[in-house]
Design a protein around this ligand. Structure first.
Ligand SMILES: C[S@@+](CC[C@H](N)C(=O)[O-])C[C@H]1O[C@@H](n2cnc3c(N)ncnc32)[C@H](O)[C@@H]1O
Length: 218
């Protein structure tokens, strides 16, 4: 097991995970499903799904005739997510690397990547894989770390970045710019889902959205 996978797997074995409080807030769950514009019968993939916190909300949004796929490369995380999803036939969990997994191309209406793209060793590969999997018009929602040190908050952001790099092998690649490059455009939304005209100077977390444009060649 690589270093990052070992670390996430260790984290997956902890009884309570720090992201659980944030990740299950009703406001955040609503933001996920509205930003992805999920409808009953849709197919949605949760990449780097961790312990599967968001699978119930995704399942509710797509209903009994939709399909939810959760992926995580940590065996422990994937096992937790599978246990959480056990009650639903149309929620599948796979242990897989989101940078290399072969998803059916242009077959997914929505992709959630919650704090996971920045956690990969290959940010561009992860984003390319998501773009390939989405159908034209399909949407990505990627709340994630944005540890680009600038403005007055630069020292704090740099310190966060160092910790993330040491603990989980963060590569320093800018997720927002990578999504923009692959999708042709991307937006950052606030907690109500409203696009921001400009980024605040201190923004260690960004909620990124992008839509796969029909015919767009990256
Ligand atoms: C910060 S956690 C976020 C978990 C979950 N999405 C959430 O919001 O609660 C990052 C997750 O990404 C997973 N991860 C990191 N790199 C990955 C990769 N290359 N393929 C699949 N999963 C990955 C980790 O195992 C971990 O569960």
């Amino acid at each position: 097991m690589g270093r990052e996978r070992t670390i996430w797997n260790w984290y997956g074995g902890m009884p309570v995970q720090a992201v659980e409080w944030f990740g299950t807030q009703r406001e955040f769950l609503r933001l996920i499903t509205t930003t992805l514009a999920l409808r009953q019968g849709d197919r949605v993939v949760d990449l780097g799904c961790g312990g599967g916190l968001h699978l119930p909300a995704l399942r509710e949004a797509v209903g009994p005739h939709g399909h939810v796929l959760g992926l995580d490369f940590s065996p422990r995380m994937a096992a937790k997510a599978a246990a959480r999803a056990a009650a639903w036939e149309n929620v599948e969990v796979r242990q897989a690397d989101m940078t290399t997994v072969e998803l059916e191309p242009e077959a997914w209406d929505g992709a959630l990547a919650s704090f996971s793209i920045s956690a990969t060793r290959d940010v561009a590969g992860a984003v390319a894989n998501i773009h390939r999997a989405l159908r034209p018009g399909g949407r990505l929602f990627a709340p994630d770390m944005h540890l680009v040190a600038r403005g007055l908050g630069a020292p704090v952001t740099a310190a966060f970045g160092l910790v993330y790099r040491l603990l989980a092998g963060w590569t320093g690649v800018d997720v927002l710019e990578t999504v923009r490059a692959r999708f042709g455009s991307a937006e950052v939304v606030n907690r109500s889902g409203v696009p921001l005209a400009t980024l605040p100077s201190f923004a260690p977390v960004l909620m990124i959205t992008a839509t796969k444009r029909p015919g767009h060649q990256p």
